[in-house]
Ligand binder design. Structure first.
Ligand SMILES: Cc1ncc(COP(=O)(O)O)c(C=O)c1O
Length: 395
């Protein structure tokens, strides 16, 4: 049994999430925990921490390249967990996935080309396009009040425009929590490939799948899909290693891979992050049990959240979280504008979430809560939120 109960204080420890909370509300109390940025309020697996300590006793922290053991660990993980056979030569190392997304846009597109996004979506997708002077082409997901689906007619129309040359696909989807089915991915892939649209599949959340759902790696569907796509993977969400900035970009098509590698020179990174790559190897070789327990804890928190809202705040509608640890929920029933909602959350309720609008206009009136925290922390925050909301709504 691993420890998913201890809350590690991260105030003044350089945590981006905790620092952002204090920036948004400097008067925030000592006992408040943020639920925004996607890292976890759980300790890293002990196998990683102990392994790194041992490694530090032996290593010199100089320029680093991947070892055979490293490659074997990555290849083994993809095979065991995702039934995906990859060649060692297809693995391109990159500091982080956001960095890889930016490289992909910069390398394969020219300014004024279009990047298709299925919105609402993780906000750096918009930045990857706009920073490179490309157009953001939104194909909004269809929301039927319960669930989100791809609007295939709209996607087809956008893909047919020869200016739109790339789809940034988020699978599982942050923030709406969909784990796209194989059939859905096949439809998306067919549309893109037929229209010469390169698919960049960001699968950073691919290990975080809730019971009853199955993740399919886009590139594993067929050789044709593998040849027309780039898959972005990392141990960072799964094992809480975001600060290690270590990711594995899998590119089967040698021409695309060479271009990407050439384009990636622009980030001018001369070495791997020595500890990051060792942490990835340890994670993929030694931490499957820890992941199994983590998933149970997250599923428990998800169920708790959904039940809590149903019983206490029925105006709030959680959307089924099929994957990730990021629960998306509809707050439009509270009768506030999205700006009023933000103000209420951060200044009155001291409930620090990711506001839906940062994921695009379709996210206005929604919130995203990070459920990767000890249950007692979630319980306390929800009770306090309910108390504050009751005062406002039901006085
Ligand atoms: C879909 C998605 N891609 C990428 C990232 C971040 O990747 P990295 O830290 O490797 O740049 C996140 C973090 O939340 C994410 O949700």
């Amino acid at each position: 049994m691993y420890d998913f109960e201890t809350l590690v204080p991260r105030r003044k420890m350089g945590s981006a999430k905790w620092a952002e909370m204090e920036k948004v509300n400097p008067s925030v109390g000592e006992d408040i925990v943020p639920f925004s940025v996607a890292d976890m309020e759980f300790k890293n697996p002990p196998e990683i921490m102990e392994g790194l300590k041992k490694y530090l006793d032996e290593v010199i922290l100089g320029y680093t390249i991947p070892t055979d053991e490293y490659y074997d660990a990555v290849i083994g993980w993809m095979k065991r967990k995702h039934n995906w056979n990859i060649d060692r030569s297809s693995i391109v190392l990159a500091p982080g996935i956001v960095s890889a997304l930016f490289t992909a846009v910069r390398t394969f597109l020219k300014p004024s080309h279009g990047v298709i996004l299925l919105t609402p979506v993780y906000y750096p997708f918009f930045m990857a396009a706009s920073v490179n002077q490309c157009n953001v082409v939104e194909s909004p997901l269809k929301f039927n009040g319960i669930q989100y689906d791809v609007d295939y007619d709209d996607l087809k129309q956008k893909a047919k425009d020869p200016a739109n040359k790339m789809l940034l696909l988020c699978n599982p989807h942050n923030p709406v929590g969909r784990v796209w089915t194989k059939e859905e991915l096949m439809r998306i892939g067919r549309i893109c490939i037929d229209n010469d649209v390169l698919i960049i599949a960001d699968e950073i959340h691919f290990d975080l799948i809730m019971p009853g759902f199955k993740h399919t790696v886009f590139a594993s569907i067929s050789e044709e899909f593998a040849q027309h796509s780039i898959t972005c993977t990392a141990p960072s969400k799964t094992f809480n290693l975001a600060g290690m900035q270590t990711s594995n970009i899998i590119i089967s098509n040698s021409e695309i891979r060479e271009k990407f590698t050439e384009g990636n020179k622009n980030i001018a990174s001369m070495s791997l992050n020595t500890l990051g790559y060792k942490a990835c190897e340890l994670a993929y070789n030694k931490c499957e049990k820890w992941l199994d327990e983590l998933l149970e804890v997250i599923e428990g928190n998800r169920k708790y959240f959904v039940k809590f809202m149903k019983e206490n705040i029925p105006e709030i509608k959680p959307i089924r979280m099929e994957g990730t640890y990021l629960q998306w929920f509809d707050c439009r029933g509270l009768g506030m504008t999205y700006k009023e909602l933000e103000n209420f959350m951060t200044q009155d309720a001291m409930f620090f979430l990711d506001e839906g609008y940062i994921f695009g206009q379709a996210g206005e009136g929604f919130e995203r809560i990070n459920l990767a925290c000890p249950r007692h922390v979630l319980e306390k925050a929800l009770l306090s939120f309910k108390k504050c909301l009751d005062k406002k709504l039901r006085k």
